[in-house]
Write a protein that binds this ligand. Structure first.
Ligand code: ADP
Length: 346
């Protein structure tokens, strides 16, 4: 799905290459953390995947395409397959939430009707329904990042790149965003996340690719963050308090839950779709199990009063909800926001 073959990237006017001899392959459906100190080359990797940069030597292939061979005029089409979110959200400050998400569909020439349907679906997916008319400055940081994720997903990309997506968020909000990314991945989207957030990497136990001065120094299947000495410590660990601990523990539990759900994902999605479709024996039995992201069955939806407009294919993610797991209550992350008391006193 994403392949780096002996990639070296040297920016003009710099002495040392930003990347040198980097070699890895990411398979469809993986969740991969890209870690390393600031300046180690993480963003450069993501830019190469987006074809914002091209390698000085070596080859980057994404979705079976050698990006060097990709004609410039084809780049916008290629990028539709890749969603990207960043630390600073990169929302258009003069546009509403709806317009921000619609924007990527407008530039790719989607019809008005499609946009009217796809944008609310994407916003619902990230838990922002009802906030379509807000301006970015009227949202919290976590909500702004959700808008950015909705915008990244509205084109139904096969790959989601996230460059320090929790870098500007507090721990409890970060955990929400991690949970969302885990759900997106459980729904079949390949996720590559560059991060300094050691705790998430340690707790998620997913594949870790580590860069140091542009060289790949580790590629570990169920890795932790590793050497933390280069992570900027802006906030002393103890001051992050009980909320951070609780949030991270919640991620761990969600992660376990997500993993245990993964083999069932296709089945769950199928049953969610079936539940939406009001199965009145329409015939046409389809024995083949569909992979996640498979097309929903075409039929009426009696509870939904949107009879007109083009039919989109809603993105359906496994519903992994901390509150449902009871973790939020146990960790004090639910309704009240009490940082000091975590867990029952005995
Ligand atoms: P990271 O994302 O891990 O912080 P980057 O990929 O941003 O690392 O940077 C890797 C190296 O490449 C750094 O030394 C950085 O200064 C350099 N670099 C990044 N972008 C450019 C650029 N456009 N021009 C020149 N040097 C760059």
């Amino acid at each position: 799905m994403i392949r780096f073959e002996n990639v070296t990237k040297r920016y003009r006017g710099t002495k040392r290459p930003a990347l040198s001899g980097v070699d890895f392959e990411v398979e469809r459906g993986e969740f991969v953390f890209l870690v390393g100190a600031s300046g180690s080359g993480k963003s450069t990797c993501l830019q190469l995947i987006l074809r914002e940069e091209i390698p000085s030597t070596g080859r980057v292939a994404v979705l079976g395409r050698d990006l060097r061979a990709l004609a410039n005029r084809k780049v916008p089409y290629f990028r539709r397959n890749i969603g990207a979110v960043f630390q600073d959200f990169r929302l258009l400050s003069t546009k509403t939430v709806f317009q921000n998400v619609a924007f990527s569909l407008q530039v790719t020439g989607s019809s008005r009707g499609f946009i009217q349907q796809a944008v609310p679906e994407a916003l619902a997916l990230v838990g922002l329904d009802g906030k379509e008319k807000r301006m970015p400055h009227e949202l919290s940081g976590g909500e702004q990042q959700r808008v950015a994720i909705a915008r990244a997903l509205v084109n139904r990309p096969q790959v989601l790149l996230a460059d320090e997506p929790t870098g500007n968020l507090d721990p409890a909000t970060s955990v929400d965003i991690m949970r969302l990314l885990a759900r997106i991945n459980a729904g079949g989207t390949t996720v590559l996340m560059a991060t300094h957030e050691a705790a998430f990497v340690d707790q998620m136990q997913r594949r870790v690719i580590e860069l140091s001065d542009g060289e790949m120094v580790r590629d570990e299947t169920h890795g932790g963050y590793g050497d933390r000495s280069m992570i900027p410590q802006l906030v002393p660990q103890e001051e992050r308090g009980a909320a951070a601990t609780a949030a991270l523990t919640a991620v761990q539990e969600v992660q376990r839950e997500t993993e245990s759900l993964e083999p069932l994902t296709a089945e769950m999605i199928a049953s969610m779709k079936a539940a939406r479709q009001e199965p009145t024996g329409a015939g046409a039995s389809d024995d083949e199990p569909k992979p996640s992201g498979a097309e929903p069955m075409p039929s009426g939806d009696e509870s939904n009063t949107t009879p007109t407009g083009p039919r989109t294919h809603p993105i359906v993610l496994p519903d992994v909800d901390v509150a449902e797991l009871g973790v939020a209550d146990r960790l004090g992350l639910s309704a009240t926001d009490d940082d000091e008391e975590v867990g029952p006193t005995s």
